[in-house]
Design a protein around this ligand. Sequence first.
Ligand code: ATP
Ligand code: MG
Length: 400
Amino acid sequence: MKTNQILVRYGELSTKGKNRSSFIGRLRDNVRQTFSDIEGFRVKAERDRMFIYLDDEAAMEQVLARLPRVFGIQTFSPVTQAELSLESMQEAAMKVMEKLDTDQKSFKVSVKRPNKAFPHEKPEIVQAVGSQVLRNYPGLSVQMKDPDIDLKIEVREEGAFMMAETIQGAGGLPVGAGGKALLMLSGGLDSPVAGYHMLKRGVRLELIHFFSPPFTNERAKEKVFDLAEKLSGFGSSVNLHIIPFTKLQQEVHKQVPDNITMTSTRRMMMRVADLVLEETKCQAIVTGESLGQVASQTLESLHAINAVTHTPVLRPLIAMDKLDIIETAQAIDTYDISIRPFEDCCTIFTPANPKTKPKLEKVEYYENFVDFDELIREAAAERETIKFPRAKAAAFDDLL
Ligand code: ATP
Ligand code: MG
């Protein structure tokens, strides 16, 4: 008897008609890549469900811990495989029950028996396994309709498969099924949450971060690395592009009156992002902007920022309350990273009184005195690109 399989049930993708098989293929590839560090990991995708096969229980534990983050999965169940005998099934049932909370719970055994050669009929199997469980867990009450614990047994050619737990998956769509977008990732609270929402809708991410040494330090960069690592845990790897932004930022401060530098800086970021977007074949830019949070996040300001591009700029948090954003940040484990106290390039250059209603014509007028194009091309070209997750590379480094 061994506990070495997981049954995975698909999420929303089951409703996608003709696209179904490509969605399933995508999910299978994402699952494979998420667990590529686990030796012996195998996955088989069928039309209605997917099976994961593992070598041992240590691998099982690791996969069960990380699987709830992979988008496109509704629920999943660990499966214990017994040999084709009533004794082995009884023994396996004990193993399954031992993992569950059985206090004051109702219970039943359900059997499917596609393997007609197995010499015992369904009622016999129910009787043998059910009585064994009730003997060991006298607190359980039997209930046929909607019991708390439904111990399911499927008798197939290869053995008897048993499960009782249904664990909630992440839902959403498999990452990559919805194209690719470029997320502007600062070290703050909002942008990682914005990225999470896009990933959940199946959009793959490239990440772009604007870095202004010496005004921002290595610790600030490390923060962004850690956020990128988290965002790579949802079923798809991500590339982070670090843009040297100091020159552009200083030029903006030289040319543009203080109270509109914020808007102008954002416009420069957009223009650099547009170049990276083209090269990396992304279809949209994503930001963590949320209406009214700060001066640069008024509709007037967003209008002035947007005017530099025809690319769709998606702002998943635009109408969300800060408290809800914080709650999500906590749930996806980015909160503690985001609140580390290192300044990002915008915090440092923030003027005392930024305009909340910058006029586009005014911003354009001041920007006109310099040829920013060259600086923008240079910033995009001199970027450093790092792939996440980095875990395997780091482990390998340790060996050298
Ligand atoms: P965040 O919590 O994401 O930093 P914020 O509320 O601090 O957001 P701003 O600082 O105004 O808001 O930034 C708005 C958006 O612009 C961010 O959500 C992010 O998408 C982008 N952005 C800001 N600074 C940077 C940066 N240094 N690199 C990349 N993107 C940035
Ligand atoms: Mg910020």
